[in-house]
Ligand binder design. Structure first.
Ligand code: PRP
Length: 211
């Protein structure tokens, strides 16, 4: 059996994801040794895990450096990688939302200035409403933009809502719900579907518990 290369998103979500893979029958105990190693293999189980920056997982999978991986729906919608989306894992749940200062009053006749890390998601959202916008692409600390007058609104991920609250911002509308998805490289799925399907079924049984 060919070793299955699995890209896990580094961080808290990745640890939850690994726990699901472990429960599914693909353990790799050395991964729990808390060091700075990035690759862990369990030859007996035919798996090799590696920790990847969450926003890079889809690139590894699309290009075949990983056969499968776990990426947020936000990344899949923003970058539209050419991969198969196999399963909603029901974890890493949050939403993509439009937020603004509490006293912001929208003027539908004016071009809306939108700050975001998710330019494509924001553009599609407003295109579907026929609204003219000016996208201001930022790489982080998006919440600062409306506070400093750089933008009217932001399109960003809201999980607990704490970041918005602590910066006196409020949600105006939800764009799309987000969660972690199991994804596969197209060629890997074609040639290794037996192994991948086995894993998908074992993990699908657990996603019921996450609903
Ligand atoms: C995201 C997002 C918000 C925050 C929302 O940032 O951009 O800033 O989480 O979470 P909350 O609703 O629970 O407060 P993340 O921590 O992913 O890092 P980033 O700044 O790199 O986007």
């Amino acid at each position: 059996m060919k070793t299955l290369n699995i890209a896990l998103p580094k961080g808290r979500l990745g640890e939850k994801v690994y726990a699901m893979f472990e429960k599914a029958g693909f353990p790799c105990p050395s991964i729990k040794e808390n060091n700075r190693k990035l690759i862990f293999e369990n030859e007996a189980c035919g798996v090799r895990y590696f920790w990847v920056k969450p926003s890079d997982v889809a690139i590894y999978v699309e290009r075949g450096a990983a056969d499968i991986g776990v990426a947020g729906k936000d990344i899949l919608l923003e970058y539209r990688p050419d991969i198969y989306e196999l399963l909603d894992l029901g974890i890493g749940k949050c939403r993509m939302a439009v937020a603004a200062k509490k006293d912001f009053r929208d003027d539908p006749a004016a071009t809306l200035r939108v700050a975001t890390k998710f330019s494509n998601i924001a553009a599609n959202h407003y295109l579907s409403k026929g609204r003219d916008i000016d996208i201001i692409h930022l790489n982080g600390s998006i919440e600062l933009a409306p506070i400093l007058g750089l933008s009217d609104v932001i399109v960003d991920i809201v999980e607990t809502g704490t970041t918005l609250k602590e910066n006196d911002l409020t949600v105006m509308e939800t764009v799309v719900p987000i969660s972690a998805r199991l994804i596969a490289n197209k060629a890997s799925y074609k040639f290794g579907y037996r192994e991948i399907d086995k894993l998908v079924h074992a993990i699908a049984a657990q996603t019921e518990e996450n609903k």
